[in-house]
Design a protein around this ligand. Structure first.
Ligand code: HEM
Ligand code: HEM
Length: 205
């Protein structure tokens, strides 16, 4: 375990802009409700499951757009750390001090990518899935042959398990930062303000 000397004194900085924070907490709502309505679906709730799925899709589309036109910490380019930055960060990950990155740290960036990819898979396969028992199908299923619809429905099932696993990992990582590294990431995602000592985000050296 090596300690990383802070190059600059830590400073309070507005890192997460309002649209990103609204996006995050809205996504928490649509994903958790969507998962619940998918797991416990019935005749009266399957349409509601679809609506929460569309809302999740709209939020992901917004996040991709915001990743192109939004501020530096949320740019898509910041979600693709170099292998060098990843390795350098991994060498210091168990250091018992806040990492203080002005955005996602390199491993956090990879986990955001994984989350967005899993949720996109969930939305796309949902549009092509069907529930025979409930006489319900996603709006694109009618254009596909039945073998493809079956495949999409199976992927929809398995990728929902991947989404669940990523959420558990997400919460475990946040707890790890709070307890082990004494870094409160949640307050930053609520207020936007973070104690920062490294800029730009992926410059971990
Ligand atoms: C784009 C909108 C979506 C549509 C049209 C849609 C459609 C469907 C359909 C037709 C089923 C029944 C599949 C079956 O019979 O096995 C289903 C199940 C399910 N959906 Fe979605 N879905 C959408 C988005 C989502 C999203 C975003 C999530 C999670 C974040 C999700 C989570 C689930 C879960 C957990 C199940 C139960 C899977 C199982 O246990 O087999 N869906 N969905
Ligand atoms: C359905 C559950 C959740 C999903 C799908 C989810 C998804 C995400 C995504 C996509 C990001 C990246 C934000 C961006 O750059 O746009 C993120 C970051 C974050 N999330 Fe969540 N999240 C979930 C639940 C939670 C919960 C319950 C908390 C708080 C206890 C939380 C706290 C955070 C924090 C603190 C960050 C910033 C991490 C960092 O500083 O790198 N998330 N989450």
């Amino acid at each position: 375990m090596t300690d990383v000397p802070a190059k600059d004194p830590p400073a309070r900085r507005k890192v997460w802009d309002v649209p990103t924070r609204l996006f995050h907490w809205a996504l928490v709502g649509t994903v958790l409700t969507g998962l619940y309505l998918g797991e416990y679906r019935g005749f009266s709730t399957i349409q509601l499951h679809f609506y929460f799925g569309y809302a999740t899709g709209a939020l992901i589309a917004f996040r991709l757009l915001w990743g192109i036109i939004g501020p530096a910490p949320v740019r898509l380019s910041a979600l693709f750390p170099s292998p060098k930055a990843i390795l350098a960060y991994l060498r210091t990950i168990f250091t018992r001090r806040p990492c203080g990155v002005a955005g996602h740290n390199p491993i956090g960036a990879l986990s955001v990518l994984a989350m967005l990819a899993a949720l996109s898979t969930q939305v796309i396969t949902g549009l092509c899935a069907e529930d025979d028992g409930l006489f319900a199908e996603g709006p694109l299923a009618q254009y596909l042959d039945s073998a493809t619809v079956l495949k999409m429905t199976a992927i929809h099932h398995y990728s929902s398990r991947v989404v669940m696993a990523l959420i558990v990992l997400h919460l475990a990582a946040i707890l790890f930062y709070r307890i082990w590294k004494h870094e409160n990431l949640v307050t930053a995602m609520i207020t936007g303000w973070k104690t920062v000592k490294r800029d730009p985000p992926n410059n971990i050296s």
